[in-house]
Design a protein around this ligand. Structure first.
Ligand code: SF4
Length: 325
């Protein structure tokens, strides 16, 4: 596979009246062409901030202190806003935002909104844009006869699919879907996830799926990154993360989900709360909640190191986990 996007040592803080919120700290990862990557972790762990940095869409109080975001080798953080708008957003990277269900404009039909997105970014005729909009809706499972409906005539699942069609309207290489199914009931959620996965494979798209719900990531993604308090705790293939989690936080997260097969066990939650990123704990940011923390964990931040090919873990005690589990 060929690398599409590489994030290197990204550090992004938000300036506030009370100090800097250390939202993303030394985050590095890559995504290949045609690959799906899940960014998982509790709310406020920095997942959405990473996504916003990939499109340079962060709010005005955000500051990038260091790092690179290389799209086919070109650092988009060095591009001007105009270059990003012209060359990257929608055309190369598009996003289905967290509030996708309310992002549609209530006074325009679904088709018109997709046409508008195409015409804004591409030099094509209105007729061609209209045909493409209908084809995109068909692709995401919406009957073309519904293209002229208004958003209020669509169910939650259909609105989510329409947003996906809009994100695909300029044939991007990478789609970032931020909590795409959070507001949907479980049955519709399963249908939408199946649709997203099918589209991603059919179109050979790269996709970053952000979710606090591990089952959504497990269902959809080839690889998974578990984030905690602005850092990557662990990353690997999704299968490896779920079968052999090595970071105590990942072990806790996965242990908090019920299993359908095997021995019945009491579900364990992770004690405590995520830290305030205005003043995160020194050393390993997870140490106040970690049952295996040692003195070194309170002082020295653990480096993200490869334990075996394609599996990275940020934990001083990683070699002792078999005896902990
Ligand atoms: Fe726990 Fe220490 Fe590992 Fe952090 S480095 S996860 S505190 S054992």
């Amino acid at each position: 596979m060929t690398k599409l996007l590489e994030v290197r040592d990204l550090k992004m803080y938000y300036s506030t009246m009370r100090g800097d919120v250390k939202a993303v700290d030394d985050v590095s990862f890559a995504i290949e062409k045609g690959e799906s990557l899940g960014l998982a972790g509790e709310s406020g762990c920095g997942k959405t901030s990473v996504a916003l940095a990939l499109m340079k869409l962060y709010p005005s109080n955000a500051k990038i202190l260091s790092g690179e975001v290389l799209l086919d080798g070109v650092d988009i953080l060095k591009m001007s806003d105009e270059e990003i708008r012209r060359e990257v957003r929608w055309r190369r990277i598009s996003m289905v935002p967290q509030a996708a269900m309310t992002a549609l404009n209530p006074v325009f039909t679904i088709k018109d909104q997709i046409v508008e997105a195409i015409l804004t970014h591409e030099d094509v005729s209105e007729k061609e844009a209209g045909e493409r909009a209908v084809e995109l809706l068909r692709r995401v499972g919406i009957d073309p006869s519904r293209a002229s409906n208004y958003p209020h005539e669509f169910s939650g699942g259909m609105k989510q699919r329409a947003m996906m069609a809009m994100a695909l309207s300029c044939n991007p290489d990478l789609v970032i879907a931020d909590e795409p199914t959070t507001a949907l009931d479980v049955i519709v959620q399963a249908q939408v996830l199946k649709e997203i996965k099918k589209l991603q494979k059919e179109l050979g798209l790269s996709m970053i799926l952000i979710s606090h719900d591990l089952s959504v990531v497990a269902e959809t993604c080839d690889k998974t990154i578990i984030m905690y308090a602005g850092n990557i705790a662990e990353d690997s293939t999704t299968l490896e993360i779920f079968r052999h989690p090595l970071h105590p936080y990942s072990i806790g997260l996965i242990g908090a989900f019920p299993k359908l097969t095997g021995e019945r066990k009491r579900l364990e939650s992770i004690k405590g709360n995520p830290p305030n990123l205005l003043n995160p704990p020194p050393g390993c940011r997870f140490h106040p909640r970690c049952p295996y923390a040692k003195d070194v964990c309170k002082v020295v931040p653990p480096p993200l190191q490869e334990t075996h090919i394609g599996h990275r873990v940020a934990c001083h005690m990683v070699n002792r986990h078999p005896e902990y589990r």
